[in-house]
Design a protein around this ligand. Structure first.
Ligand code: HEC
Ligand code: HEC
Ligand code: HEC
Ligand code: HEC
Length: 154
């Protein structure tokens, strides 16, 4: 008896061969090099996690050079707000001491992030201002010292 391969089977076989080849090629490019080195994860991720890039320095590092500002801030209700809460991650600036490496907040919206009135915030927790009626058109820091905002220039 002659072996007879129906044509639809051979076409299927060709299709499978093409798909498997494409899969293997794609896998080669998509799976990271060190995947599976130790287990079902990327081996190099161990080094990445052991040496994360440091972005925040912590407030203590700022005080080596800016203790004067901390002294102002300590005298009132912003004392619990750390430098990097407002100035953003500061490690690069701590290393360089250069102005370009640190964020200097400005604009009404910046203070509004915490102080804009919002029914979801408790009045007892934070003083809230209506941003549309609170001295419109003026920057908050024209009157409020950013590091002692409870002291106001009238
Ligand atoms: C090694 C000393 C040093 C440390 C530590 C340091 N600074 Fe500074 N900082 C400086 C100097 C110097 C300047 C003035 C740079 C200039 O005017 O070119 C400055 C300027 C600034 C400015 C003004 C930037 C501007 O655009 O005018 C801000 C804001 C600031 N520092 C915040 C911080 C914060 C927040 C930290 C902690 C995360 C910090 N600094 C840590 C030395 C330091
Ligand atoms: C509540 C937010 C806030 C906190 C907290 C804060 N700053 Fe600032 N800081 C500002 C704002 C806003 C300005 C910009 C003032 C301006 O443009 O007149 C500023 C300006 C500065 C400047 C530029 C020079 C000056 O005095 O205007 C330095 C330096 C600085 N901050 C350092 C610090 C350090 C160091 C800390 C922590 C001890 C700190 N800041 C905490 C909001 C803050
Ligand atoms: C990260 C949140 C945050 C930011 C940003 C912030 N504040 Fe505050 N502020 C507070 C908290 C918390 C208090 C303490 C609770 C209170 O008294 O409202 C406070 C207190 C104050 C007070 C004292 C209110 C009082 O009479 O006791 C003033 C005024 C003030 N902030 C103005 C400002 C100004 C102006 C800015 C922008 C330069 C600013 N704050 C940015 C959180 C913030
Ligand atoms: C023209 C000057 C001026 C400007 C601009 C200004 N303030 Fe004030 N702010 C004052 C004065 C004056 C007081 C004190 C009011 C009092 O004691 O009755 C005050 C009080 C506050 C208080 C605390 C007390 C309260 O009554 O809730 C907060 C918070 C505050 N301002 C936030 C801001 C924010 C945020 C901005 C910017 C969006 C801003 N201020 C812009 C002058 C100003």
């Amino acid at each position: 008896m002659k072996f007879y391969l129906p044509p639809q089977i051979s076409r299927l076989a060709i299709a499978f061969a093409v798909f498997i080849t494409l899969f293997l090629v794609a896998r080669h490019f998509l799976v990271p090099e060190t995947f599976g080195q130790y287990g079902h994860y990327r081996g190099a991720s161990l080094d990445d996690n052991a040496m994360p890039v440091i972005h925040f320095s912590g407030q203590q590092a700022c005080l080596d050079c800016h203790q004067d500002i901390e002294d102002l801030k300590l005298q009132g209700p912003h004392k619990g707000i750390h430098c990097e809460t407002c100035h953003g991650p500061g490690q690069a600036h701590v290393v360089s001491g250069e102005a370009k490496d640190i964020f200097k907040p400005s604009g009404r919206e910046f203070c509004g992030n915490c102080h804009s009135s919002n029914a979801a915030k408790k009045k007892e927790t934070i003083h809230q201002v209506n941003m549309s009626t609170k001295n419109p058109g003026k920057n908050c820091t024209e009157c409020h010292n950013p590091h002692q905002p409870w002291k106001v220039k009238k």
